[in-house]
Every structure is written in C-alpha cells, then in structure tokens.
Design a protein around this ligand. Structure first.
Ligand SMILES: Cc1cc2nc3c(=O)[nH]c(=O)nc-3n(C[C@H](O)[C@H](O)[C@H](O)COP(=O)(O)OP(=O)(O)OC[C@H]3O[C@@H](n4cnc5c(N)ncnc54)[C@H](O)[C@@H]3O)c2cc1C
Length: 376
C-alpha cells in the first residue's frame, strides 16, 4: 500500500456505501446488477484500474485491482458486483490487453473502463468444467470468419455482458486445439442467452447459460492471431486469477469475524453476552487466527506477483487453503449467531452462502491439490 492506493481504497469504500449498498437487496431479488451502477463505477475510476491510461484505464497495476476487490468485499458487495467487476476488468480486459491487436484494445478497453462494455469469459460447458480440453464448442473457419457452434454454462456476467471471450475448438484435438475468440453479442446473430441460473448464494451476480448457433465473427476476433493458443493464454493469467480468488476469501473471512464479534458482544444468553462464554472466545480466536494467517500468506504472494515471481502452484495453494478456511470460518461464525445467522438480513448469512462456491470456481480445490501434488 502507498498513499495513492490508500486514496483509491477510501474512494471505493465511499462509492460502495453511496452507490452500491443501497441497491443490494433489490439486485439480490432481480439477480443482476444495474448497468447504471457499472457506468457510475466507471465514472468514479473504479473499473479497470490496472489497464493503461491510454486505453481508458487507471494506469495502475494488480495492487489496484486487489484494493478495489477488497473494498467491494468489505462493503458486502463482493459476491455480486465485485465478482462481475473482477471477471470483466481484472480478467477479460487483461486477455484483451495481452493478446488483442491495437485496434481491438482501442475498440474495447475504453468501454470496459467506463462500464459501457461488460466482459465475460466462457469456458465451462455442460459436459466439461474441470476437464477444459473436453469442450465441444467449435469455431470453424469459413472465409474471413469463424463460425461458432456450441453451448456454455455457469458464465458470470452472462446476462449483462457485451463481450464474451469464448473458448472453442479450432481443430479436432485436445488442449492444443483450444482457441480464445471474442464474440460481441450485439453483432452476433445466432448468439442467445439462456437462463439466469438460480444459485445458492451470490444472488446479485448474473450467472448464465450461453448458446452459440452458427455465430459468425470476423477472423480478427481470434485472440493472439494464431489458432490453438487458448490453453496457454488462459494459463498465463491463472496465477493472478487464483490469487485474486484467495484475496477475496481473506476479505470475507475478516468480515465474518468482524460482524460476528460485534454480534456476540451485544447478544445475551443466560444473563451475559455470548462473548463471555469460553466456547465463543475460542471459536472466534480460531477464526481470527485463520484470517490473519491467510492475510499474511496472500500479502506475501501479492508482493511476489508484483516482483514477477509468483508461480501458479503457490497460487493454487493460496486458492484452496483460503477458500477452504473461509467456508470453515463462515460456518463457525454463522453458528455463533444462532437462528439469526440463518436469516438473509444478517450479513453472516450472505457471507456463508457466497463462500461455498469459492471452493468450486476458478478451478476446483481438488484440481488445485492435483496441481500442487504434480509439483512434488
Ligand atoms: C457461480 C459460478 C460462476 C462461474 N463462473 C464461470 C465463468 O465466468 N466462466 C466459466 O467458464 N466458468 C465459470 N464457472 C464454472 C466453474 O469454473 C466450474 O464449475 C468448475 O471449473 C468445475 O467444473 P464442473 O462444474 O463441470 O465440475 P466437474 O469438473 O464435473 O467436477 C465435479 C467434481 O469432480 C471433481 N473432479 C473433477 N476432476 C477431478 C480430478 N481429475 N481429480 C479429482 N477430482 C476431480 C471436482 O473437483 C468436483 O469436485 C462458474 C461456476 C459457478 C458455480
């Protein structure tokens, strides 16, 4: 952290309280965030802080993304707006920055930074999640176009997105035939959004099926220019993707401990505050310890990322351990709330419900352990 990052932190915290928190209950019911919130966030300089200023971004680095995500998490909008912003700005915008042509960067990045363009990344299919090389969506070359046919599911920002980076097979083989191709729904007849899926948590985040029926896109929409590089391109952003998932988990742990500590100090049972029971003290002591260990580990990895020395295996350790710890901490903290913890109006209920998926998305925790084991 430095002075500039602290200023960003303050401004995101203020923005979240003013423009996001008042709408969360409605977004949870409507199962998506308003476009207006994205546009206001763009105006406030919260979107794409790590994209160079020449493309409309904030000109910062991954620390700026981390600060934005942490403040959205602390404000209680991490699972909804925060996840959407993370996907669009800290993932999709970086695929375009890294692999797009100059013309593509100029066409898309300023819109992503202003909130006019929301990005999504579509890898998972009904028949292929962890085993990405098993995807069946195809992109067939036809003259100066690719013709995309297939189906995706569980796509974050699926309802709201204006730009989708689609993983598709440009050949008949496995991983070496996966390519990343940009589809702009507005310009793509044959593209259809399916259901906005009904999830256990993260209700304000739209998560969808997407259908591609002979969707034609210009060959220039292939990211990186060469076919078959999709797998490698996805891998190159993986360390950050896993670390950002871990950072989100740490913020949620800290928040769970904080709201629960407040609660047990004011709730009485048997004539004294819940905090006076040794069981409460020990449970909270354990939760706080996990949160502090997780913070210290992820801070260290953030420094390594900035130095360019963070490897995907260590990032995988952070992803599985922090998300596993988060689900344990959230569950203990909910228990300390008694029945109130199970009521959606209490923040701990949302933290608990949102936490569950963190062990599944961005690569399941089993896949993380497989990768770690392979390195032994
Ligand atoms: C809310 C949400 C948002 C998401 N957002 C996106 C998105 O924006 N874009 C996108 O492309 N995808 C997204 N996903 C999909 C997510 O990445 C996948 O769900 C995840 O990769 C797991 O794939 P799967 O669901 O097909 O499970 P499967 O791969 O079928 O796995 C089922 C179980 O088997 C285990 N398993 C699988 N293979 C092995 C193995 N080799 N060894 C041991 N265990 C194994 C898994 O760990 C898991 O426990 C999202 C999912 C959710 C729930």
């Amino acid at each position: 952290m430095d002075e500039e990052l602290t200023m960003l932190q303050d401004s995101v915290a203020r923005f979240a309280q003013r423009e996001l928190v008042p709408h969360v209950a409605r977004w949870n019911v409507e199962r998506r965030v308003d476009r207006e919130a994205w546009l206001k966030a763009g105006e406030a300089g919260i979107l794409c802080p790590s994209i160079p200023a020449e493309y409309g971004g904030g000109g910062g680095d991954r620390r700026h993304d981390a600060v934005v995500a942490a403040e959205l998490g602390r404000a209680g909008v991490g699972g909804g707006f925060g996840t959407g912003v993370g996907v669009s700005c800290s993932l999709v915008a970086h695929y375009i920055l890294r692999y797009g042509t100059e013309a593509q960067k100029e066409a898309w990045l300023p819109g992503m930074a202003s909130g006019a363009i929301i990005g999504a990344v579509a890898m998972t299919e009904p028949g292929a999640g962890s085993d990405l090389q098993g995807i069946r969506t195809t992109a067939r070359r036809d003259g100066d176009a690719y013709v995309i046919t297939g189906q995706k599911t569980f796509i974050s920002n699926g309802q709201n997105c204006d730009l989708v980076v689609v993983a598709a097979k440009t050949g008949t083989g496995g991983a070496k035939d996966v390519s990343l191709i940009v589809v702009e729904p507005e310009k793509a007849p044959g593209f259809r959004r399916g259901r906005n899926l009904d999830k256990v948590g993260m209700h304000a985040q739209d998560t969808s099926e997407l259908f591609f029926d002979e969707v034609r896109v210009p060959v220039g929409n292939l990211l990186g220019g060469d076919e078959g590089r999709g797998f490698v391109q996805l891998m190159q952003e993986l360390a950050w993707e896993r670390l950002s998932c871990a950072l989100g988990a740490v913020t949620s742990m800290e928040r769970a401990v904080e709201v629960t500590t407040d609660y047990v100090k004011q709730r009485n049972a048997f004539g004294k505050p819940l905090m006076a029971f040794q069981n409460t003290q020990f449970r909270l002591a354990e939760c706080k310890t996990k949160a502090v260990i997780a913070r210290s580990f992820t801070d260290d990895l953030m420094m390594k990322l900035m130095e360019g020395t963070l490897d995907p295996v260590t990032a995988a350790m952070a992803k599985w351990w922090t998300t596993q710890s988060l689900t344990e901490v959230a569950d203990e903290c909910l228990q300390l709330h008694g029945g109130y913890g199970y009521m959606n109006e209490y923040p701990i209920a949302q933290i608990w419900a949102d936490a569950r998926v963190t062990k599944i998305f961005a690569g399941t925790n089993e896949i993380m352990k497989m990768l770690i084991a392979r390195s032994l």
